[in-house]
Structures are given as structure tokens and as C-alpha cells.
Write a protein that binds this ligand. Structure first.
Ligand code: GDP
Length: 307
């Protein structure tokens, strides 16, 4: 029998009460059976299902940000971490579950108007979420290396749909409607909220949310609110900073500064830091690294055991 139960792991609860109610920052969902195969004391699996593939991507400005605040994945003990295990431009440590990161094939499967209409084949999925104009479509197109693949409607008031893209016939990228349209009516905002919250709260196959944050502008309250809501509901998330190629001159702030500021604001809420990574859909910065990170979350989640 294939065990398909999942439980939340690695809940980094708040150490002290923050401005918002307590919530967990990062969670992994995984089959219960994996626990029986974990070596006591190390947190490591008996053998790596996928070899670690350290990234060969060049180091980037900002990679030194918050080096001490690392995201350490399952299978790695914090004290075992060496600098070579860190993905450039991120706080993410690569562990033994990383592998099979490249996208060889992708196909659009369906658009769903409700969470219960989404595919029911139990494949793991990553939801991509962010404020309108954050660069979500560009990032999806960059990930799958196709132009204009992400076809989500960008206009407020249009039908809100959950779009499933099947990757390598084994896992999904899920394009969710953007939030925070400048001109959206209150009813459109409420619609977004109930619609998308229903998806997050009911989707057992959701491995993690990639919450996109525009690094070319200062932190936006709506992004902080979104992160807070996801955290309070124990939805695992990775912060994906977009537009990191944009470095403003004059009085404008660099993307590094905006990222640091965002992290400072977020850090109050977490005992341990959630994963974050810098990307640019223009230069390709962070693409391979993000895929590698997704592979370790996915492989951990997807490690079915016959019991
Ligand atoms: P969406 O509304 O979140 O799907 O955002 P889009 O992908 O349509 O991008 C919004 C705008 O930001 C467009 O003008 C894009 O060309 C621009 N954009 C998206 N990603 C990047 C990026 O990585 N770097 C820069 N410089 N611009 C970007």
C-alpha cells in the first residue's frame, strides 16, 4: 500500500509574540513513512535518493545577505552545513533530496474555478503567488523556458482561475491569480481572498507556495500581510525575490536593500528563517537554483514508501 499521508514538519514557531498572531513560517509536508527511515540524531535519510548537485551559478550581489539565517532542509543537520552547500543568491542549503531539477517537458492541464475542481491525481505541486505586476508570468515563462506560457488573466474583475501546468509528467506548477490590483474593487479583492484561501486550505498536494516579492521596490504591506496569512495557516512558503537585475540609481534603493528590509520586517515573525532566493527573469538569475530548491522540497514530499 502506498502511504499518502502527510504531516507538517519543521514548524519554526515564533519565539516571542510578534506584532501579528503566532504562526509557523516553514513547513514540509511529507509521507509519515519517511520518519521510520531517518537516522536518529542526524535527521538524515539512510541514503540519498538524489545526489546533491551544488550550483555552478556565479555568485551574485546580495548573496552575503543574512548568511547566518540559513534555511536548512531535511536530511541536513545545521552543524554539518558548509559554505559550498549554499545556493548562490539565497539562504537555502542544498540537502540530499535535491536532484532532477531541470524541466524537460511542460504541458498546460487545466484551469479550475474552484479548489475542488483541481486535478486529483495526487501529484505534488508548487503554487506561485504574488502581487499583480510582481513578475509572476515572466518567472513562470523563465522557469519553463517558453515565452508567454503563463496565460493568466491580468485584469481585475476577470474570472479568477487556478492554472495547472504539468512538468515532466510528474509535478505541477500552479499559477494563481495575482493579488493587489491597484484599481480592483472591494468585491474583486474579497473574491480573490475567499477563492485563493479555499485553495490553500484544502489542497493536500501543495508542497509549498512560492511567494513572489518585487525586489525593485520597497516592501509592500500587502505582501507582508499575505506572508503572515500563509504562515498563520501553516502553509510552507519560499520567498522568491523578483526583478533583482534592477538596481536603481539616485534616491532609489537597490534590490539588495529592499530584500534586506523585507527580511527585517519578516524576521520578527519567525523563530527560524524561511527560504528565500533572488531571481531575475531578464538575466536568468536564480532560475536553476530555484528549480534545485523545488526539487529537494518535492523529493522529500514525494518519497513514497511501500508499507
Ligand atoms: P505579473 O503581472 O506578475 O504576471 O507580471 P509580469 O510577468 O507581466 O511582469 C510585470 C512587468 O515587470 C513587465 O513589464 C515585465 O517585463 C517586468 N518584469 C518581470 N520580471 C522582470 C525581471 O526579472 N526584471 C525586470 N527588469 N523586469 C521584469
Amino acid at each position: 500500500m502506498i502511504l499518502r499521508h502527510h504531516r507538517l514538519l519543521n514548524l519554526h514557531m515564533l519565539s516571542t509574540p510578534p506584532l501579528a498572531p503566532s504562526f509557523a513560517a516553514v513547513s514540509f509536508r511529507r509521507p509519515l513513512s519517511l520518519a521510520a527511515h531517518t537516522r536518529p540524531g542526524t535527521g538524515s535519510p539512510p541514503s540519498s535518493p538524489h545526489p546533491v548537485k551544488p550550483s555552478s551559478a556565479p555568485n551574485v550581489a546580495g548573496a552575503d545577505l543574512v548568511r547566518t539565517a540559513l534555511f536548512v532542509p531535511p536530511g541536513v543537520a545545521r552543524e554539518e552545513v558548509t559554505p559550498g552547500m549554499l545556493l548562490p543568491g539565497s539562504n537555502i542549503v542544498v540537502g540530499p533530496y535535491a536532484g532532477h531539477a531541470q524541466i524537460k517537458q511542460v504541458e498546460f492541464v487545466k484551469s479550475s474555478a474552484r479548489a475542488r475542481d483541481c486535478p486529483k491525481d495526487n501529484r505534488p505541486e508548487f503554487a506561485i503567488l504574488g502581487r499583480s505586476n510582481v513578475g509572476k508570468s515572466s518567472l513562470i515563462n523563465a522557469l519553463v523556458r517558453k515565452k508567454e506560457f503563463a496565460l493568466t488573466s491580468k485584469k481585475p474583475g476577470k474570472t479568477q482561475l487556478i492554472n495547472h501546468f504539468l512538468v515532466n509528467k510528474s509535478w505541477y506548477i500552479v499559477d494563481l491569480p495575482g493579488y493587489g490590483f491597484a484599481n480592483a474593487s472591494q468585491s474583486a479583492r474579497t473574491d480573490w481572498s475567499s477563492f485563493t484561501k479555499g485553495y490553500f486550505l484544502n489542497r493536500d498536494t501543495l508542497v509549498a507556495v512560492l511567494l513572489l516579492v518585487d525586489a525593485s521596490i520597497p516592501p509592500q504591506q500587502i505582501d507582508l500581510d499575505c506572508a503572515s496569512w500563509l504562515g498563520r495557516n501553516n502553509i510552507g512558503m519560499t520567498f522568491v525575490f523578483t526583478k533583482c537585475d534592477k538596481i536603481k540609481g539616485g534616491r532609489g534603493k537597490r534590490s539588495d536593500d529592499n530584500i534586506k528590509h523585507f527580511q527585517d520586517l519578516i524576521s520578527k515573525y519567525y523563530k527560524e528563517p524561511p527560504p528565500w532566493i533572488m531571481t531575475s527573469s531578464v538575466t536568468g538569475l536564480g532560475r536553476d537554483e530555484l528549480l534545485l530548491h523545488m526539487s529537494q522540497l518535492r523529493n522529500y514530499w514525494d518519497n513514497d514508501e511501500v508499507v
